[in-house]
Design a protein around this ligand. Structure first.
Ligand code: ADP
Ligand code: ASP
Ligand code: MG
Length: 407
């Protein structure tokens, strides 16, 4: 029997009514002849509430205990969905990460899945049950509860689809699919019918939170077709698939933004070998991911060094950098949490010159100052003041996608 994995996000299970609606959808899929494994997120707003609670109790919450707390949201929704399916008269069973052994590394708050032991799931499916798995959570080798980072249920679902060799991983969310930009910011955003894994990775890594980046990396690695679609309507959504020739024609397929980064600058760092290593090693050891880095030597033999880290980690990063700064005698440290990264993504950039220059012209016409720039083969990102985010996204979307007709 064909197997499908369905993932329902927070909004889709955000109320009792919606959970009942999802139960009917799951049952439809089962009655159409597929085995169904469902992965659920916590009910909308719940993870934020728990994050906030931890913060109220401790300024720097212990990461192990924080994960115990955060994982509880998915325990509730998986049990509720299983109850709702059973109430419709079909056997269903919920599983937490330790019960199906979704084993991760020890990186609390951003753990990576190492293996899934699907024995119990397969047994339950064989018994005719619908399986409901709590997303977002795992256990490390010592059975400590871990979580996979915000949006991590997407990754639980794709990993589950890969482990079970499902024919598709359907990701049900509150929009109709992947759009050319966030439809909540730009009403003229268009739904994409298909997008390549590579482009989706760049979109996810630059802020399109519709899929967690790690989920797309896993989908690409194990060639799991991912179908992003709305849980509120029947229409086809967006297929995330391998790149093919027709995709080359598209210059820019998406515009993204990310407000969850902060910028840290070390002023007047002595310009000598080994200092970058000295600055970034403690940050790496603290498991903080650094995104963009710029260093600029000036004529007086010092350099200013600027980099970005996730806002959630910026206080920890700052205290580490301040320590290093005093050891290496840098002039000082500045931090700016009010920044945004705005990016354009498209495989067509590989073969077109001048895309960056055009992006800068568009932002300049809007009077928006660019603070940092970074590029990859199929992406250009700029850091700007957060207050200009929506304006920048709309202007870039208009110029590169609406007017251009995508070349
Ligand atoms: P879920 O709770 O279902 O996982 P998320 O909130 O994590 O949903 O992701 C869906 C949201 O992602 C949408 O409501 C939308 O505002 C936002 N989003 C940002 N960029 C995009 C994009 N390019 N395409 C679609 N949605 C996007
Ligand atoms: N509930 C988690 C979060 O809000 C995981 C998810 O929704 O995918 O980040
Ligand atoms: Mg999500």
């Amino acid at each position: 029997m064909a197997l499908i994995v369905q993932k329902y996000g927070g909004t889709s299970v955000g109320s009792v009514e919606r959970i009942k609606h999802v139960a009917r959808k799951v049952l439809d899929a089962k009655q159409q002849g597929s085995d169904v494994v469902v992965v659920v997120s916590a009910m909308a707003g719940e993870t934020n509430r728990l994050v906030d609670l931890a913060q109220q109790v401790a300024e720097f919450p212990d990461e192990r205990e924080r994960d115990v707390l955060l994982a509880s949201g998915e325990q509730v929704s998986s049990a509720l969905l299983s109850l709702a399916i059973r109430d419709l008269g079909h056997p269903a069973r919920s599983f937490l990460a330790h019960q199906v052994r979704i084993e991760t590394d020890k990186a609390y708050g951003k753990a990576r899945i190492k293996s899934i032991d699907s024995t119990r799931i397969k047994r339950a499916l064989k018994d005719g049950e619908i399986v409901v798995v709590a997303g977002f959570q795992g256990v490390d080798e010592e059975d400590n509860i871990t979580t996979l980072g915000r949006g991590g249920s997407d990754t639980s679902a794709v990993a589950m689809a890969a482990a079970l060799q499902a024919k598709v991983c359907e990701v049900y969310t509150d929009v109709e699919g992947v759009f050319t930009t966030d439809p909540a910011v730009c009403p003229s955003a268009k739904k994409l019918d298909r997008i390549s894994f590579e482009e989706m990775i760049e979109m996810a890594s630059t802020g399109a939170k519709v899929l967690q980046i790690r989920s797309v990396e896993l989908a690409m690695k194990f060639t799991v077709p991912v179908h992003v679609r709305s849980s509120f309507m029947e229409a086809e959504g967006t297929w995330v698939v391998e790149e093919d020739e027709s995709m080359d024609a598209v210059l820019v397929s998406g515009v993204t933004y990310d407000k969850n980064e902060a910028k840290i600058t070390l002023l007047k760092v002595p310009d000598r070998p080994g200092l970058a290593a000295q600055i970034f090693s403690p940050i790496a050891e603290a498991n903080i991911v650094v995104d963009m880095i710029i260093q600029n030597a000036s004529e007086d033999g010092t350099t200013d060094l600027t980099f970005t880290v996730p806002t959630a980690d910026h206080k920890r990063a700052l205290s580490l950098v301040e320590k290093t700064a005093s050891v290496i005698r840098a002039r000082g440290v500045r931090v700016d949490p009010n920044i945004a990264k705005v990016s354009i993504v498209g495989v067509g950039m590989r073969t077109h010159a001048g895309v960056a220059a055009r992006m800068f012209q568009i932002l300049s016409r809007e009077g928006i100052n660019i603070e940092m720039i970074s590029t990859s083969e199929i992406k250009i990102s700029v850091v700007i003041n957060e207050k200009h985010t929506e304006q920048a996204v709309r202007a870039l979307h208009k110029a590169f996608i609406e007017q251009q007709g995508n070349l």
